[in-house]
Every structure is written in structure tokens, then in C-alpha cells.
Write a protein that binds this ligand. Structure first.
Ligand code: GYE
Length: 327
């Protein structure tokens, strides 16, 4: 899958023309934007990169400097300092983890460069370190998919059975992990018959999740639910379940709850392999471009900009819906 992602990214970058928006006047100076991206760890991330590159392109009036931090915060620090050197007009940052940004963002502030956070948030007390953020409400995503679980168990007359949940976590300390994990912890607290069998640090990658779940199932097969904080980790878990001869999906032994709802996951959901997908929309490119345009016009955008999302199960999905899906 990693190879597939890399190839997809390459193909998308080569093919992706500019997703043209407002037409800038011919003599208008390009707006120089430095974008520090988390990595290429998942299908979601690849879709996000394609969206950003598609929107922040020359035809739309931007010169984009892109850096892939390969899932390491130190790489983001280096990229950001390079962007300052290169005199960017705006810094767009998808922070890997929430903690640890004060120092470097103060340098950005001292250089007079406005910061837009995208996707994940930062934990800094000084809210002036960035102008605005656009992304998802990760805790709400978790709450929605857990409500789906609760209602589904009730409709099957299984609401009071003991439920052991295998929790596959995303990158520790990232907003996506923190929010989704909090939703699960709250739900377990309010359902006395639910428990977390184990927490596996899957780092949002298919390969890591596969290894961890494979090893885990050698010790414990008494799992009723897998709560996987992104689709790629679900794909890895499914491979491990296949190898262990454990069935999953509606009608199977293990219920799979997945996050992102990328096309491949929705296809698996339609095919009866994933029970429910909590949507997480990666198409932030045009949103970030619009925020920059507002700021160029001297306006101050709203501080926190949430994207609306829903939960899908097989009943919601059709081939036509999937074909029209952008990611
Ligand atoms: O869910 C995961 C990715 O921060 C929302 O990061 C993003 C998460 C997404 O690697 O697939």
C-alpha cells in the first residue's frame, strides 16, 4: 500500500492541473506560500496534498513551496525555518503533533509571516501564533461513529453483551488521535459493558497496524470491535484478521469502525467488510486558498473553521456515490 500511495501521489501530482479558482489579473504578483505537510502516511494525506497543490497553484495566483516532513516534527521545524529564509508571504502548517510549536512559530511571527493551520491544531496558549485553522472536529467524528455502534448493537438486540474493543491509535499527540481517542474513552466510561482490550500505536500507517494486530491476535482473539483511527490502519488490521481466519464486517465476528472514509474504505464498506466509516474531509486546498484571499483583502477570517462530516455504512453507499467521490 505504501508503494501504491507513493505512486498515486506521483501520478496525481503529474496529472493534477491547477484547480482553477478566481482568475488573478495578469500583472498580479504571485503570493508565495510555504506549506509544511505531515507526510504521505495515508490515503487521506495523499488526497490532502493533491488538494493543496491543486488549489495553491500559479494559475490561481500562488507560488507554492511544499515540504513533506515524513511524519517528523523536527523536519517541520527545518522546513519552516527554510520558508522564513525564502521570504514566504504565508506559512501553511499541518502540525504533526499539538505540542512543541511555540519557539518556531514565534520566529515566524517575528518575521511577520501570517500562519494558517490546516488539518490538525496546536496546543499553544498564545492564540496569536496563528491567524486561523481549518480542519475537522475529530472528537465529533469519534462520537458519531460510536453512536452508530450503540444504535446498531441496540437494533441487533446486543446492546448489553460484553464488548471488547481493540483500539488502533493514530500518531500520538496529533489532534486526530487526541480527539478520536477521547471520544472512545468517554464512550467506554458511559457503557459499563464496553472495555478497551488493548491500545496499539499504529501511527496512521497500514504497515504498522498490520504488524501490531497480527502480533496481538496471537495472544488474544476475543475482540468484538476494532476502532481504527484511520482507514489505512483498518486495511492493515483486516489483513491480519484474514491471516488469523477471523471474520469481520456486518455479519462477521469483528465490527470494524474506521476513520477518513476514503474511496477504498467506502468500497470495502459497500462490500460488507467495514461496518462504518467516519468521514474526514481532506479537501482543504480551496479552503486555505480562500482564507489567504480574505487576508489579502485585509479581512480577518474566523479563528477556527470546522468542516461538516458524516458517518457512512453500507446502507448509505451506491456505486454512483463512490464514482462521484473526490477522494
Ligand atoms: O485521519 C489520517 C492521516 O490528521 C485527519 O492524518 C488527519 C489524519 C487522517 O494520516 O489518515
Amino acid at each position: 500500500m505504501r508503494k501504491t500511495i507513493a505512486l498515486l501521489l506521483l501520478a496525481a501530482l503529474l496529472l493534477s492541473g491547477c484547480a482553477r479558482q478566481a482568475v488573478p489579473a495578469a500583472e498580479e504578483k504571485l503570493i508565495r506560500v510555504g506549506f509544511s505537510q505531515v507526510g504521505a502516511e495515508s490515503d487521506w494525506r495523499v488526497a490532502n496534498t493533491v488538494s493543496m497543490i491543486g488549489a495553491l497553484c500559479e494559475e490561481n495566483g500562488f507560488e507554492l513551496l511544499f515540504d513533506n516532513a515524513k511524519q517528523r516534527q523536527e523536519n517541520q521545524f527545518v522546513a519552516i525555518r527554510n520558508f522564513i529564509q525564502q521570504g514566504v508571504d504565508y506559512l501553511v502548517l499541518a502540525p504533526i503533533a499539538e505540542a512543541g510549536w511555540e519557539d518556531v512559530l514565534r520566529e515566524v511571527q517575528a518575521a511577520g509571516i501570517p500562519v494558517i493551520l490546516v488539518d490538525r491544531q496546536i496546543a499553544a496558549e498564545d492564540r496569536d501564533l496563528y491567524v486561523c485553522w481549518v480542519g475537522s472536529d475529530f472528537q465529533a467524528e469519534g462520537e458519531q461513529v460510536l453512536r452508530w455502534l450503540e444504535e446498531t448493537l441496540e437494533s441487533r438486540g446486543r446492546a448489553s453483551e460484553p464488548l471488547r474493543i481493540l483500539h488502533i491509535r493514530g500518531t500520538d499527540g496529533s489532534s486526530a488521535q487526541l480527539g478520536r481517542t477521547k471520544a472512545l474513552e468517554n464512550a467506554v466510561r458511559t457503557h459499563p459493558n464496553w472495555s478497551v482490550a488493548a491500545v496499539l500505536p499504529g501511527e496512521f500507517t497500514e504497515a504498522k497496524s498490520y504488524e501490531l494486530v497480527r502480533d496481538y491476535l496471537r495472544e488474544d482473539r476475543d475482540i468484538q470491535v476494532i476502532y481504527s483511527e484511520n482507514d489505512n490502519m483498518s486495511f492493515g488490521a483486516m489483513r491480519a484478521l484474514d491471516e488469523a481466519g477471523i471474520s469481520y464486517g456486518p455479519g462477521g465476528d469483528v465490527t470494524i469502525l474506521s476513520f477518513d472514509a476514503v474511496r477504498e474504505a467506502l468500497q470495502l464498506c459497500m462490500d460488507g467488510k467495514i461496518d462504518a466509516c467516519a468521514e474526514c474531509n481532506p479537501l482543504h486546498g480551496p479552503r486555505v486558498a480562500a482564507l489567504i484571499r480574505q487576508m489579502e483583502e485585509g479581512k480577518t477570517p474566523g479563528k477556527l473553521n470546522y468542516v461538516l462530516e458524516s458517518v457512512y455504512d453500507a446502507d448509505d453507499l451506491t456505486p454512483a456515490f463512490l464514482a462521484a467521490r473526490e477522494y
